[in-house]
Design a protein around this ligand. Structure first.
Ligand code: ADP
Length: 264
């Protein structure tokens, strides 16, 4: 995209200067497109939970008195669940807007302490896949103490497990393994989903990046989850890596530093 501008300077009726300015607008054009894509994605993501919230509130308002207590409780649970989802989405947007693409956000708030990673991972697995047994764990019998922010660690592992469930067939299990060695603990989240193309393995960690395939496009998402997850891992002195084979599945690994005693 180029913009041409022409200006001519006359003095006493004579042309003294003739200037043509060519501006390359490719970057501005791309930024503009990114912005409108972003607004479309966010609006869609916010509207999705909002539709049942409004619907069920209307139902409760007009027919709530005649509903059985169970039905009423079900409707309220659903409204609360969708509202929590919206709140997480807004939280992600705020977090992402505080982190710019280039460097890690030094002011990213993490409350670092010593926590047992086994307990945190078990909690995520039970919350996200306990009911239908889709999430299976392979955890050590004794505690694995790491230096981390407990809430942020739950958020990061929850994001990886959530993606593994979202981007693989409903019949496939997701495995979460925890290991500790060489001063580091690693949490592997293994799925047998559709995998990620080799040229996108680093891109999926970029802000708003989503793989352009029919499965991703038919699934809700903003492309912010992995961007935020990796930044949070960095803020806790860790990292997230990814191995994936198209068509057979992906393994995301979160690494965190062990909280070692002097004896190591
Ligand atoms: P979102 O899920 O909201 O789109 P993420 O940042 O969590 O955003 O993920 C970015 C993209 O990476 C997803 O849109 C999807 O295309 C791809 N992706 C993430 N996790 C997986 C996975 N386990 N299997 C296949 N693709 C994945």
């Amino acid at each position: 995209r180029l913009r041409l501008a022409h200006s001519a300077v006359f003095q006493a009726g004579r042309l003294v200067r003739d200037v043509i300015v060519i501006t390359d607008l490719t970057r501005e054009y791309r930024a503009e497109r990114l912005k409108s894509d972003f607004i479309a994605t966010v609006s869609h993501e916010l509207r999705t939970p909002l539709t049942p919230i409004i619907g069920y509130l209307d139902l409760l308002r007009t027919r709530g008195a005649r509903m059985t207590p169970e039905k009423r409780a079900q409707a309220l649970d659903l409204v609360a669940d969708r509202a929590r989802h919206m709140s997480r989405l807004v939280e992600d947007l705020l977090l992402a807007s505080r982190m710019d693409d280039g460097q890690d956000e030094p002011a990213l708030r993490t409350d670092l302490g010593v926590h047992d990673l086994v307990t945190l991972v078990r909690q995520v697995a039970e919350d996200m896949g306990g009911a239908d047994g889709r999430v299976v764990t392979d955890l050590p019998g004794e505690p694995v103490e790491v230096r981390c922010d407990a809430g942020r660690t739950i958020q990061v592992v929850g994001n990886l497990v959530g993606n593994a469930l979202k981007y693989s067939p409903a019949a496939e299990r997701v495995e979460v393994r925890l290991r500790a060695c060489d001063g580091r603990a690693s949490v592997e989240v293994v799925d047998r989903g559709r995998g990620i193309p080799a040229d996108q393995l680093t891109k999926v960690f970029e802000k708003f990046h989503r793989v352009e395939d029919p499965m991703t496009m038919s699934t809700g998402g903003t492309g912010l989850g992995l961007f935020i997850a990796r930044r949070l891992a960095h803020a806790m002195g860790g990292d997230i890596s990814l191995i994936s084979t198209l068509g057979s599945g992906s393994t995301f690994t979160l690494v965190l530093p062990l909280a070692r005693t002097d004896a190591g």
